[in-house]
Design a protein around this ligand. Structure first.
Ligand SMILES: [Fe+2]
Ligand SMILES: [Fe+2]
Length: 326
């Protein structure tokens, strides 16, 4: 397997000879004059690049390639609409490649984050919430998925361990609220926090070396899937109080903060308000940090416009600082 260049370092006019990438998107299109070509997105640990296979090169590409396959691709990089684009002249599947070498992974320590969440679970006093957490977490399959799954395909924490990192960041961000404001229900809040994105384990999957959105994920979405999962678990716990269930469901369904962001109701308890705050804090910080990391190599003072956060970020000090260090 040939991996000598990373996507983050690709330059215009660079020639690529048989380098390994993940096939992240793959679509056959028709040009205006009726000729077929492929639209691609290729990835590695460092990022993604859009690509094309023009009609004259289609016969140099192996048939039957699928999303998540690791491929060997040759061609060159050109600039299109101000961004690099990979013109692929040939590609074939690599059989012996290890998917984990191509998936982006959290830079934080997964075992430490897992331990911090476990420590909180052991402190939960409410017997019903404790039973609910204990029905989920000790199961090795659940723990494994929670620890390794991404929190998204693209938007935030979109890498192996992303859901764990997002949940852990929210745990850390929420602590000051409970120091400052008295009378809040930590047991309820923590259980809601822990399970708030649990539906993402159904919404996303890791296929080969690609993070993909599943069909149930597209049809049902993570909020509804989370509620279905929790409802099934709660049904197994005798006498689980209905009012507690409703307040827990409220935390899950309102966590995206507004109808515009996909929550069917807005937060109407103080715990739900805090959950939606820290969910946004963690997601926005992650997007901003990743966007700046991606933009640094340009040497520009400001990053490209970020379409979700609706701004460019200033990175001048970081660029100057990195040249000082050099
Ligand atoms: Fe969410
Ligand atoms: Fe979230």
């Amino acid at each position: 397997m040939n991996k000598t260049v990373s996507i983050a370092d690709l330059k215009t006019d660079q020639k690529i000879a048989g380098e390994a990438f993940v096939l992240k998107e793959f679509e056959t299109k028709q040009s205006r004059v009726g000729k077929s070509y492929y639209n691609l997105k290729l990835g590695d640990k460092t990022g993604d690049i859009l690509g094309k296979v023009w009609t004259e090169n289609l016969s140099n590409c192996e048939r039957g390639l699928a999303i998540g396959d690791i491929i060997s691709a040759s061609g060159y990089i050109q600039e299109y609409a101000g961004k690099p684009q990979f013109i692929v002249e040939s590609m074939k599947k690599l059989i012996d490649a290890a998917p984990e070498e191509f998936l982006p992974v959290t830079s934080r320590d997964r075992s430490r984050m897992k331990q911090d969440l476990e420590d909180e679970i052991t402190k939960i006093k409410n017997p019903y919430l404790k039973k609910l957490l204990d029905a989920y977490w000790p199961n090795p399959d659940n723990r494994d998925k929670f620890t390794n799954f991404p929190a998204a395909e693209y938007v935030h924490h979109a890498y192996v361990g992303g859901l764990l990192e997002h949940t852990w960041e929210m745990l850390k961000l929420s602590k000051p609220f409970f120091e400052i404001y008295p009378g809040l229900d930590w047991n309820l809040f923590f259980t809601g926090l822990f399970f708030h994105d649990i539906g993402k384990l159904e919404e996303y999957d890791i296929v080969g070396a690609a993070i993909v959105r599943t069909t149930p994920g597209k049809l049902v979405g993570h909020i509804t899937q989370g509620i279905v999962l929790l409802h099934e678990m709660i049904e197994e716990i005798p006498d689980f109080p209905k009012s507690l269930r409703d307040k827990l469901f409220h935390l899950i369904i309102s966590h995206q903060g507004s109808l515009e962001y996909g929550s069917p109701v807005v937060p109407m308890t103080l715990e739900a308000l805090i959950l939606s705050f820290v969910d946004t804090n963690s997601a926005d910080m992650n997007q901003a940090i990743k966007h700046i990391e991606k933009g640094l190599h340009t040497g520009e003072e400001f990053t490209e416009y970020h379409k979700w956060l609706k701004r460019s970020f200033y990175q001048g000090d970081l660029i100057n600082h990195s040249s000082d260090v050099d």
